[in-house]
Ligand binder design. Structure first.
Ligand SMILES: CC(C)(COP(=O)(O)OP(=O)(O)OC[C@H]1O[C@@H](n2cnc3c(N)ncnc32)[C@H](O)[C@@H]1OP(=O)(O)O)[C@@H](O)C(=O)NCCC(=O)NCCS
Length: 172
């Protein structure tokens, strides 16, 4: 458990792997964190049930105030090193700007380095999401690891013409 007093907003924050009972709250948290894509309640339930060991949630006063969802990406090439793919990072609006996302990333990757022995982190970020780019730049600086970015999903890959392109960021 981490104790931090920041104004009256957040007192005790518990960082832990999500459980099945967190699925609905995780869905509702993501709904409050644009521009993240909101997936179905079922998708978040599956993440908690099947991938809880590679995800983390932050709880304060019985409320989910943050989450990082991730999974070990299936290998695309036969000899490929194990990759932790980070899907969504969300911090409730009232808890943003207090390093919660960084703390979740640090704790999740430390845990998964032991449990899953991954060698690389990947995530995708839209060019307009400066907050997310800064978050991962900051992580790379903190751990003194390289970070590269290249186009990955084109807007046309999403089919409806409404979704921004996504770039692939690789760390480590
Ligand atoms: C992006 C988000 C997760 C950041 O959470 P947070 O707890 O406020 O982030 P942190 O306080 O840990 O900040 C980490 C670094 O990113 C920077 N940063 C975070 N949000 C930023 C923003 N909107 N603009 C510029 N820099 C930002 C911080 O200044 C900090 O940089 P530093 O380490 O060099 O000082 C949060 O704003 C959020 O949930 N946004 C909506 C959803 C989203 O876009 N998620 C990311 C896509 S997966």
């Amino acid at each position: 458990m981490n104790t931090r007093v920041i104004g009256a907003v957040i007192d005790h924050i518990v960082l832990r792997p999500p459980k099945r009972r967190d699925g609905a709250d995780l869905h509702d948290l993501i709904a409050r964190c644009p521009p993240l894509d909101l997936n179905s309640r079922y998708a978040y339930l599956l993440l908690c049930e099947h991938h809880g060991a590679t995800c983390i949630v932050a709880e304060a006063g019985g409320e989910l105030v943050g989450a990082v969802t991730a999974y070990i990406r299936p290998a695309i090439e036969p000899e490929e090193v194990s990759t932790l793919f980070i899907w969504q990072v969300a911090v409730a609006p009232h808890a943003q700007g207090q390093r919660l996302a960084s703390r979740m990333l640090d704790q999740l990757t430390a845990r998964c380095a032991v449990t899953h022995r991954f060698h690389k982190i990947e995530t995708t970020i839209s060019p307009s999401n400066i907050g997310s780019q800064k978050l991962f730049d900051s992580y790379a600086k903190r751990f003194n690891i390289g970070i590269t970015a290249q186009p990955y999903f084109a807007a046309s890959d999403f089919g409806d013409g409404k979704h921004e392109e996504e770039w692939l960021y690789q760390l480590g």
